[in-house]
Design a protein around this ligand. Structure first.
Ligand code: PLP
Length: 431
């Protein structure tokens, strides 16, 4: 038994899915999670751990500890108990009947990660990282945050486990995200204000990394998505795997078979990597949805796989958006959780072999989905999740019949003031 094994198995669905010509000939998705990444943290040529020499031992220590605990019955049982009693899992799968009727075409279903404690999927990996820190005898969790969502989830985990928490955040983001800064402080975290450069996410990452370098014996760096040097992309994926393994079982229980298609928004890619692997071996079309923002011009979007090229940043090789100098380009999305100039290496790999397709959704389409889900289903989604919902509606119309399951990664409480100010209340959506 390990962390990513499902508790039940539906043998009849374990046939091979949609193989593609670029896939390695021996590709077998039944053993996918065991075979990827390799021992060095590579998914094909993507991933790895490009680290300053003095941090190599620290990351080796984290990797060894993770391999230890992910096979430990005690760790798995403790994480299960936390998920059930503290986070409120399992989260339901929900059939959007009114939205499907409005839209026409395939039936739309949501995996309700917005119902997690703290309102998004991020707590799934933060509780895992906190439990790992506890196991390793660390006293402090260090991380960066952009919009503050990862900071709030990690501060929650730190409070739960009785650990110190230090969150690095750009001064510009601190000013923009006041409610999340207050939540972090209320939960006992020390919010470090980063005042150099553009004073946003990239500087916060650099600052958090430096703090970790000074204190790695006492602290652990908790990355907020399937990003960074090995073992983080693997570890965060495994902690998020519960989304897909629950969703697959729940969907089969409701409908007797797997959905025809699934989709999730992709910032760094953790909610998507949580959903996708459980369906890799099924005849299911899988879509990652990237933010197109205000358009295709560099700087106006954050669609790394759709418009980027291969490169190394923040300690791993993946697909990234670069400026003329080859540096990480400025990025934009209405959803601040999606504006990262690269993407988790495993997405780059699954895209490369053709098993996961990527498409884009603009700010405008995301806001339309935000209003429609609110008005037709009584669910106010996060603007990040609205990208997945917008894609599900578009795809459902194309498919005409069948079912598409979208990951509703978070709730929209954090976004309602911004949307109301810029777009109103959606009163033009008639019933
Ligand atoms: C942070 C966040 C995302 C984007 O992160 P991924 O790692 O791509 O999942 C998506 N949805 C919500 C609600 C978030 O808070």
């Amino acid at each position: 038994m390990n962390l990513t094994e499902s508790t039940t198995s539906h043998g009849k669905h374990l046939h091979h899915g949609t193989k593609c010509s670029k896939m390695p000939a021996d590709m077998d998705f039944r053993t996918y999670l065991r075979n990827y990444p390799d021992a060095e943290g590579f998914y094909g040529r993507f991933g790895g751990a490009y680290l300053p020499a003095e941090l190599e031992p620290a990351f080796k220590e984290i990797t060894a500890a993770y391999y230890d605990i992910c096979y430990s019955a005690q760790f798995i049982n403790e994480l299960r108990r936390i998920r059930k009693q503290f986070q409120g899992r399992p989260t339901p799968v929900y059939h959007c009947e009114r939205l499907s009727r409005l839209n026409g075409g395939a039936q739309i279903y949501l995996k309700r990660e917005d119902l997690n404690h703290t309102g998004a999927h991020k707590l799934n990996h933060c509780m895992g990282e906190g439990l790992l820190a506890k196991f390793m005898g660390k006293k402090k969790l260090i991380a960066e945050t952009g919009a503050g969502q990862h900071g709030v989830a990690l501060a929650t985990a730190a409070a739960y486990f009785g650990l110190e928490c230090e969150i690095h955040m750009g001064a510009v983001d601190i000013a923009k995200q006041a409610p999340n800064v207050t939540r972090m402080k209320m939960l006992g975290a020390n919010v470090v204000c980063v005042t150099h450069g553009l004073q946003t996410l990239k500087e916060a990452v650099d600052s958090a990394f430096e703090a970790y370098q000074r204190d790695y014996k006492n602290a652990i760096y908790c990355i907020g998505s399937v990003l960074g040097p090995h073992p983080f992309p693997m570890m965060v994926r495994d902690f998020q795997h519960v989304i897909g393994s629950e969703a697959r079982e729940q969907f089969i229980e409701m409908k007797g078979d797997v959905p025809d298609a699934i989709c999730a928004c992709v910032g760094g890619g953790s909610n998507a990597m949580g959903l996708f692997p459980a369906f890799l071996d099924d005849p299911v079309e899988i879509y990652g949805v990237e933010p197109l923002g205000r358009g295709t011009t560099l700087g106006e979007h954050s669609a790394s796989i759709s418009y980027g090229t291969e490169g190394i940043m923040h300690g791993f090789n993946s697909i990234m958006l670069k400026d003329a100098q080859g540096e990480p380009a400025p990025v934009y999305s209405i959803a601040s959780g999606l504006d990262y100039p690269s993407v988790g290496p495993e997405h780059a790999f699954l895209h490369d072999i053709g098993r996961v397709k990527f498409d884009t959704v603009s700010d405008e389409e995301a806001v339309d989905a935000f209003f429609k889900l609110s008005r037709y289903e009584g669910i106010i989604p996060a603007l990040e999740s609205s990208h997945a919902i917008a894609f599900a509606m578009r795809k459902a119309r194309e498919m005409k019949r069948g079912a598409i399951l979208a990951n509703c990664s978070g709730r929209g409480d954090k976004d309602v003031d911004y949307v109301a100010e810029h777009y109103g209340y959606g009163d033009n959506y008639k019933f």
